[in-house]
Design a protein around this ligand. Sequence first.
Ligand code: FAD
Length: 288
Amino acid sequence: MKLAQLFGQGRTVFSCEVFPPKRNMPVDSIYTTLDGLKDIRPDFISVTFGAGGSQVNQTTHEIASIIQNRYHIPAMAHLTCVAAGREDVDRLLAQLKEDGVENVLALRGDVNPDIPPKTDFAHASDLVTYIHARGDFGVSAACYPEGHLESPDLVSDLRHLKEKVDAGAQHLVSQLFFDNEDFFRFLERARIAGINVPIEAGIMPVLSQNSIRRMVSMCGASMPRKLTRILARYGDHPEALREAGIAYAIDQISDLIAGGVDGIHLYTMNNPEVARQIAGSIASIRRV
Ligand code: FAD
């Protein structure tokens, strides 16, 4: 099933993101995460893609295939063109097709200073064009409610986002953000710019002081005062921070759904228990 078909059915789409186990962990450890996630019945699960040294990493494809074929949940495989050249892309797409994975998140990726980037596709829009032309896959792309870090301004970022949609992206997933007003303003700008595909809001629960500071420095998300107060008060109390972080994410999600968002994409950090708590708290809200 192409993911675009999930939208417009009168309820908010709810999806989850997982990442392949770290290199010192067996691939099989992903089953613990997926066993936990299957009970909350996400509409789809996406799998991130990382550069695994000089060779393109196979685990994204393997895990997407497991999600699709063993768990019978639609899977979306991420693919970045700084890590994958044309031949890698062709090989990975052939494997995904063979395994019945029908959806790809086409990304540029970030250059790893230790690994020379592949240069066959300069921007995500080039990869979107290439995958879309094959006709086999639903193609999704990333968007940035507060603008991409490298972008000089929001207007050029939106223009490049429109290029991805015009190139064939049928669905967008947003970068994490903590202030819903940033997302609502972005959504309005996108619709005015003629970007009419479904846009999912990316939500990452705040579970630890360090991980959130790392994520914020990587993606530039702004921290509303409500969240900085939470970090200041509970930052040194892991259990309290976890509870407050989950409550914050639930509050964000219920407000986004009230505002008519197309979908919620939960960055699970491979933590099914947290995903379960959040999904359980919004079960009725999702159906309204
Ligand atoms: P692009 O759309 O190419 O945009 C990158 C920058 O270039 C932007 O500033 C844009 O405005 C600009 N730009 C675009 N087109 C042009 C043009 N024609 N001329 C000039 N400038 C242009 N990274 C991973 O490594 N693995 C993952 O699995 C992964 N998953 C992600 C999932 C989501 C939902 C999101 C939001 C991000 C994810 N990322 C992942 C991070 C992503 O790879 C980085 O944010 C990367 O810096 C940009 O990727 P992009 O696909 O948005 O690039």
